[in-house]
Design a protein around this ligand. Structure first.
Ligand code: NAP
Ligand code: ZN
Length: 360
């Protein structure tokens, strides 16, 4: 008979998990593996709440395994390192993002693209190489192979820095890869949520003109005054959208729900690029004619490799980029999820794990 999550491993752990697709999270006892030679163990201090956590707890992608313990924007302090760990020591400030394993021998891994390794192991809702389920950062401790540990720079706060481990790299990597990172270019950011608001910040740090395309007119003032966007389009306002036709070099689409691509394709210039990073349950239709009429392209991107994740967080620290966060206690998570559905957060919930995750 298979062991219970509480008995699988020697280290007792505690967090909040969903038991079924109602998506309601509640306290959950489980266990973590003992720190292996190449492992880093850390005390979780903060964990961001990504919309992917919400998709997963509600099984919107149809791939959820329960109990499902989410969280892949995990920051904390090292408490133990394995004998072969050279880069980290007890007391270091570190983080873990969306992946905790890969084959380390395929072409993708060899090219620092562990995120595209066919055997990559997700931080939660994945079967690890030992056959046990991975559990995420809504929990007291994490253990991961050193390759997947990110060093948090000294001047990077752990609460507002944690969301960069998913939201940050998810927008940074495609902006670099698709060449949407040059001064003077015009970038459109669709959806001003967790991913979108850091995309605005990276876009500005790269020296671009940034226009937000949003369904929420009430985010306009902040987008411009606080986040530094140059312009703001309300996507349902035909006149505004029409006036911006053919003005952008590229667009990063972070929308989490069903929406149309056609209006976005209209916004980019000839050779313009639309990069989809949002992962809605119902994917958008791809209208081909508007693409042909300007040799435009639509691409995708999934988080980033570990080398690039470290590069991103170092870049963010250098440019003073952090997420705008609302810090919440663990027992607020179900309300936070309800608010996330309504795009009612400016702009990332971060759970104060150390001060609010208590065993009953
Ligand atoms: P989020 O904080 O909820 O932001 C999503 C934003 O999309 C909302 O703030 C809202 O912005 C807009 N939006 C929501 N519903 C909409 C609708 N019906 N029509 C148009 N716009 C709508 O979510 P997030 O954490 O940034 O994640 C965004 C998406 O990216 C999710 O699907 C997530 O799973 C995915 N994701 C992908 C990767 C990857 O590697 N590719 C990594 C992380 C997350 P406005 O109010 O401005 O309209
Ligand atoms: Zn995420």
């Amino acid at each position: 008979m298979s062991k219970s999550p509480e008995q699988e491993h020697p280290i007792k752990a505690f967090g909040w998990a969903a038991r079924d697709s109602s998506g309601v999270l509640s306290p959950f006892q489980f266990s973590r593996r003992a720190t292996g030679d190449e492992d880093v163990k850390f005390k979780v201090l903060y964990c961001g709440v990504c919309h992917s956590d919400l998709h997963c707890v509600k099984n919107e992608w149809g791939i959820s395994n329960y109990p499902l313990l989410p969280g892949h924007e995990v920051a904390g302090e090292v408490t133990e390192v394995g004998s072969k760990v050279t880069k980290f020591k007890v007391g270091d400030r570190v983080g873990v993002g969306c992946i905790v394993g890969g084959c380390h021998s395929c072409e993708n891994c060899n090219n620092d693209l562990e995120n595209y390794c066919p055997q990559s192991v997700q931080t939660y809702n994945s079967i690890h190489f030992d056959g046990t389920m991975t559990y995420g950062g809504y929990s007291d401790i994490m253990v991961a192979h050193q390759r997947y540990i990110v060093r948090m720079p000294e001047n990077m706060p752990l609460d507002a820095g944690a969301p960069l481990l998913c939201a940050g790299i998810t927008v940074y990597s495609p902006l670099k890869y698709y060449g949407l990172c040059n001064p003077g270019m015009h970038l459109g950011v669709v959806g001003l949520g967790g991913l979108g608001h850091v995309a605005v910040k990276f876009g500005k740090a790269f020296g671009m003109k940034v226009t937000v395309i949003s369904t929420s007119p009430n985010k306009k003032q902040e987008a411009i005054e606080r986040l530094g966007a140059d312009a703001f389009l309300v996507s349902v306002d035909q006149e505004q959208m029409q006036a911006a036709t053919g003005t952008m070099d590229g667009i990063i689409d972070t929308v989490s729900a069903e929406h149309a691509l056609a209006p976005l394709i209209g916004l980019v210039k000839t050779h313009g690029k639309i990069v989809c990073v949002g992962a809605p349950e119902i994917p958008p239709q791809l209208p081909v004619f508007p693409l042909l009429m300007g040799r435009k392209m639509v691409g995708g991107s999934l988080i980033g490799g570990m080398k690039e994740t470290q590069e991103m967080i170092d870049f963010a620290a250098k440019h003073g980029i952090t997420a705008d966060i609302e810090v919440i206690p663990m027992d607020y998570i179900n309300t936070a999820m309800d608010r996330l559905v309504k795009a009612d957060v400016k702009y990332r919930f971060v759970i104060d794990i150390a001060n609010s995750l208590t065993q009953a």
